[in-house]
Design a protein around this ligand. Structure first.
Ligand code: NAP
Length: 334
């Protein structure tokens, strides 16, 4: 890196990129450039968010010596190809969730990053929120005993038309890639990769998964449950259950939020109430701060979102989707 201040480059001038840039700027971080396939869209995005440089091609962004790290904010279908573009150009990369289209793509990205000695991380922003840190503290103190189970629900009313990002298989659409990944990542964070699963769900005519109920076994009798669908809103709460108590995480569990810790003894006492933390923006800056910490420490991946875990999460998503597809083809042929 050429400067002490990390200069971010934004690849894709869309919806989540706008929120990400807003959060970084509000936190005092530096966004140096944005690229879109469309030079005018990039220029408008740059003007709106006071970004000094805009490009009409992703290659130009990667080649800019004034950019230290690239944030990829495009639909899932393009993450691997664009991450490889950045890595090939020697640029560290933060890749929106889900990390790639599938596990083989994730393996290719990780292998390329490791071969080139370039930092890469999945942008699972939830893990870096102050709420997640506070939950980690509760678990470390042993307040709820041995972890045995986690559960979460993630429902949103999204546009699932075949032309939309969520409904189009060509864009990597599907509920598991967009919403279910939060629940799977949440379970993975606390319980590791599953050893077996039970899955039910529905897919569209185009084979895009629309809803999923996912029960995972993680070994040693530990379990997780993820309920998700993208045609209805929901409370989107979660729970972390231990042998001596539990944590109820308030809506929206994957964002900056509050939680309550309960002692599971006879009185089921409230042990701790954690209020929603005060910070600027939505909270997408915390993952960026972790990237900047890793870069300044010379770390090629974050211990808080390891690359092997991102691959494992993609493996789980692939297996869930394969089961939904198999259930659909057997019900269609019946
Ligand atoms: N962390 C979160 O809370 C969160 C929330 C929402 C989404 N996401 C993730 O962020 C990513 C982008 O989601 P989004 O809602 O921001 O998407 P979006 O606004 O629909 O698209 C973002 C950008 O992707 C490129 N793009 C869109 N459609 C394309 C197509 N058909 N072919 C090629 N490129 C296309 C465009 O880049 P150009 O500007 O270059 O044309 C567009 O500006 C997804 O991976 C999603 O899962 C994360």
């Amino acid at each position: 890196m050429t400067t002490e201040r990390v200069r971010w480059g934004i690849l894709g001038a869309g919806n989540i990129a706008r929120t990400f840039v807003g959060d970084l700027v509000a936190q005092g971080l530096e966004v140096a450039a944005v690229a879109s396939r469309d030079a005018r869209r990039a220029a408008e995005f740059a003007a709106e968010l006071s970004i000094p440089t805009s490009y009409g091609s992703y290659e130009a962004l990667v080649a800019d010596p004034g950019v230290d790290v690239i944030y990829i904010a495009t639909p899932q279908a393009f993450h691997a190809e664009q991450a490889l573009l950045a890595i090939d150009g020697g640029k560290p990369v933060l890749v929106e969730k889900s990390f790639t289209n599938d596990a083989p793509e994730a393996e290719r990205v990780v292998a390329a990053a490791r071969a080139k000695g370039v930092f890469a991380m999945e942008a699972m922003w939830t893990r870096f929120l102050p709420t997640a840190d506070a939950i980690g503290d509760v678990l470390e103190r042993g307040s709820i005993g041995e972890l045995v189970s986690v559960s979460s629900s993630h429902f949103q009313n999204l546009d699932v038309a075949p032309t939309s990002r969520h409904g189009n298989p060509e864009l990597g659409g599907g509920v598991m890639a967009d919403l279910g990944v939060y629940g799977v990542s949440f379970a993975s964070r606390y319980l590791g990769e599953p050893t077996s699963m039970l899955v039910d769900g529905e897919a569209s005519e185009l084979g895009v998964d629309l809803s999923a109920s996912v029960l995972l076994r993680h070994g040693a009798g530990r379990t997780s449950a993820t309920l998700t669908r993208m045609d209805a809103p929901g409370s989107n709460r979660a729970a972390v259950v231990g042998s001596d108590g539990w944590i109820d995480i308030d809506s929206v569990f994957y964002a900056s939020t509050s939680f309550t810790v309960y002692d599971g003894g006879r009185g089921q006492r409230e042990l701790l109430r954690f209020d929603k933390p005060q910070h600027v923006g939505r909270g997408m800056q915390f993952q960026a701060l972790e990237v900047e910490r890793c870069l300044s420490a010379g770390e090629l991946e974050s211990p808080r979102m390891p690359l092997d875990e991102s691959i494992a999460i993609m493996r789980t998503l692939d297996q869930v989707r394969a089961r939904i597809a198999a259930a659909r083809s057997s019900s269609v042929s019946r």
